[in-house]
Design a protein around this ligand. Structure first.
Ligand code: MLT
Length: 411
């Protein structure tokens, strides 16, 4: 008789975003005329930059021409894209990252989960609370946790609360942990980490032989020039950190799919016999075996992000969403609602008015305003009493959603 991976049975019923979609669909079925505005999942709404579209159209033409046709590409990505990334995203900021250390993929969500393939089953794992749920659920699936308690916290994980009291940045743990997930600019709180804070993490990781999984999917939204865009801006990070980046949010690739993960060749972890093993080699082996690379057409589209036109057009996209974030912040604050984030990230983290629980506020907002957001408690126990509003939508929808919310929830 076939058996299942029992660890899946420990997972809470639904992944947060499909669960929200389920509740919204049920509401829409009962209220077919409700003019629902979705500010829940951080999915982009604005068209792909012209430079990316033109590059992809040219790439489609290449595929119709025997001389330029491409079959299987390199599993790690084409050198021209890896080179453009290394130059523009890292070397230009003084980060010592080489093209060969960049692995092109179809998403940071996939990579943060897949990366667990190359780590052992007995690492002590730390996550922030609240946290992007993928980091937790993929560890549950891999059998790295115990059961969830009534607050939804899984046994065996170390939770690092990020709260208003610590400016939503994780305290360095007093105990020793082996793998640490950090996401800055932060999803869901929109907070950033200072250079000093990241330096403290790198020092901790180096002292303890830990590896930091640094998710920088939202780095393009940083407006404060003092905030680091990459963990490799911190000295020593090459020896203790893997970084995840994505074209989803800066260039609107959520439906097109392209991202990359940086695994420095100097990064090692221990084998059972105590020897040091290069993680680059293991990840390269894993990707060559389980992944066939991102399509040539999509990689050409991503490469165009680094052209002068692509840079101007992606900046305009980011600026557009950040203006939405500013509107959300200002409108809610004017209505007396406490807001955080939204200045270096496309997410505004809201203290729920009238001490409503996160899900009660979700239901009220949906029923009264027909606006969808994301309950903070869905990101972890410390997110209770908070609510995330995404700036990814049209200006018209953001203005209308704020009009409805501020009219209904003035405090
Ligand atoms: C979110 O809403 O947090 C995003 O959709 C995360 C993601 O890109 O997977």
């Amino acid at each position: 008789m076939a058996t299942i991976n029992d660890h899946y049975l420990k997972l809470k019923a639904g992944y947060l975003f499909p669960e929200i979609a389920r509740r919204v669909s049920a509401f829409a079925a009962e209220h077919p005329d409700a003019p629902i505005i979705r500010l829940g999942i951080g999915d982009v709404t604005e068209p792909l930059p012209q430079a990316c579209r033109s590059a992809m159209i040219r790439a489609v033409e290449d595929m119709g021409d025997r001389a330029h046709f491409k079959g299987y590409g390199p599993e790690q990505g084409y050198d021209w894209l890896r080179g453009a990334i290394a130059t523009h995203d890292f070397q230009s900021r003084g980060c010592p990252i080489e093209a060969s250390e960049i692995f092109i993929s179809d998403g940071s969500k996939c990579d943060t989960g897949n990366l667990l393939d190359i780590f052992g089953n007995h690492n002590v794992i730390a996550v922030t609370d609240p946290v992007y749920p993928v980091y937790v659920d993929t560890n549950v699936m891999a059998g790295h946790t115990g059961e969830a308690n009534e607050k939804g916290e899984y046994g065996g994980l170390v939770y690092l609360p990020i709260t208003a009291e610590n400016q939503f940045t994780a305290q360095i743990p007093s105990q020793k942990v082996d793998l640490i997930y950090l996401c800055f600019p932060n999803n869901p709180t929109g907070a950033t980490a200072t250079k000093a804070h990241l330096t403290a993490w790198v020092d901790y990781a180096k002292a303890n032989g830990s590896i930091i999984f640094f998710d920088a999917a939202y780095e393009a939204f940083i407006t404060d020039p003092s905030v680091p865009h990459s963990i490799y801006q911190i000295e020593g990070a090459r020896d203790c950190a893997i970084e995840f980046r994505s074209f989803s949010k800066n260039a609107g690739f959520t439906g097109t799919r392209c991202a990359f993960t940086v695994v420095p060749k100097t990064l090692t972890a221990k084998a059972a016999d105590g020897s040091d093993v290069e993680l680059w080699k293991l990840w390269n082996r894993r990707q060559s075996t389980k992944f066939n690379g991102v399509s040539y057409i999509v990689q050409r589209g991503a490469e165009a992000v680094y052209s002068p036109e692509g840079q101007a057009q992606t900046k305009a996209l980011v600026d557009f969403y950040m203006e939405n974030a500013k509107i959300i912040r200002e409108q809610l604050a004017a209505a007396g609602i406490q807001v955080y984030g939204g200045t270096n990230a496309p997410y505004v983290w809201v203290k729920t008015p009238n001490n409503l629980s996160s899900w009660d506020f979700f239901d009220k907002l949906l029923n009264v305003c027909n606006v969808v957001g994301t309950p903070g408690s869905g990101f972890g126990a410390a997110g209770e009493g908070y609510f995330r509003i995404s700036a990814f939508n049209s200006r018209e929808n953001v203005n209308e959603a704020m009009r409805r919310i501020t009219e209904s929830f003035k405090v």
